[in-house]
Design a protein around this ligand. Sequence first.
Ligand code: SAM
Length: 352
Amino acid sequence: MPTILTPAPADSPGLSDKFGRQATDLRISLIDKCNLRCTYCMPADGLAWLPKSKLLTLEEITRIVRIGVRDLGVRELRLTGGEPLVRVDLAQIIAAVRTEHPELPISLTTNGVGLAKKAAALAEAGLTRINVSLDTLHAETFAKLTRRDHIDSVFAGIDAALAADLLPVKINAVLMRGINDEQAPELLAWALERGLELRFIEQMPLDADHVWRKDNMVTAADLRAYLETRFRLSPDTKPRDGAPAERFLVSALADPDTILGAVGIIASVSEPFCADCKRTRITAEGKVMSCLFSREETDLSALLRDGSDDQAIAERWRAAMWGKPRAHGMDHTGLGSKDFVQSDRSMSAIGG
Ligand code: SAM
């Protein structure tokens, strides 16, 4: 939906919004295509891909990052998709950004398919760290959730990320009731043994099939109950500082004094953290999305392609963020509430 933009006030810093937040965490989707078809994200088939001519180019991506970092207070960058490993110039994009911004933390969110062959080159190009999505340790459940048979490639990718020192390697997992929810404790045990930081993400209404239902999702409270059948969780007292995951220190029930590692829970639905949101998102075709659930988006690609100067791009980006809704694409929190309207974009078309 096109947005009527109100310019951000001249005295507001960077990517501020009306509710006093300032976005410093930039997420750019590099491509809408993906090689998995996770049921909570994409349809089995029938999703039209963006033509290559619409995707932001390497030069456009580096220009957006330059404007963000130099002029608008961006402090960290995450590259995502779709599936960013599908983008053939991924290492070149990372290298180009790294050359201009030696200190910028650059992370990647990937499903890990094919990562084994690429992890070392991505680290060499300047990638700081990586998140790999993995919801189960079982090939059968993996195939059910992702509609593809690639679990061994993901395991190999995680090993390669560890070997390439893309640390901390974080694992993102989404639980689906009756499919992998009961596997949560074994996934955590597996992650702890390998020094991986597991984060569970509550399933959000961002599925292309629009079948998400609040009363059928696994909540953070359900998850904690599953994990506490095997582990003791104690809240990490370190300040959260806008991080989406609430962290818990983990120990075995039988030996509560020995901390085995940490687990994160991203409770976007049941315990939203919109008031602390620091994120600004750019889709693969160059639209600013101020909120994952926003039904409004602001195009930067026309300005990137019509000779506009950096200041014009910065001001449009600032205006898009000034209009960021208070929560969940609305003025109040309430995913699944009567007045919540799910976006036409699936998570894969936004960039998670
Ligand atoms: N393809 C990459 C991957 O799988 O990590 C990057 C894009 S994917 C959209 C980013 C993250 O969003 C993944 O961890 C995925 O599990 C998560 N995700 C997708 N749809 C979701 C949903 N409806 N609710 C919660 N998380 C979701």
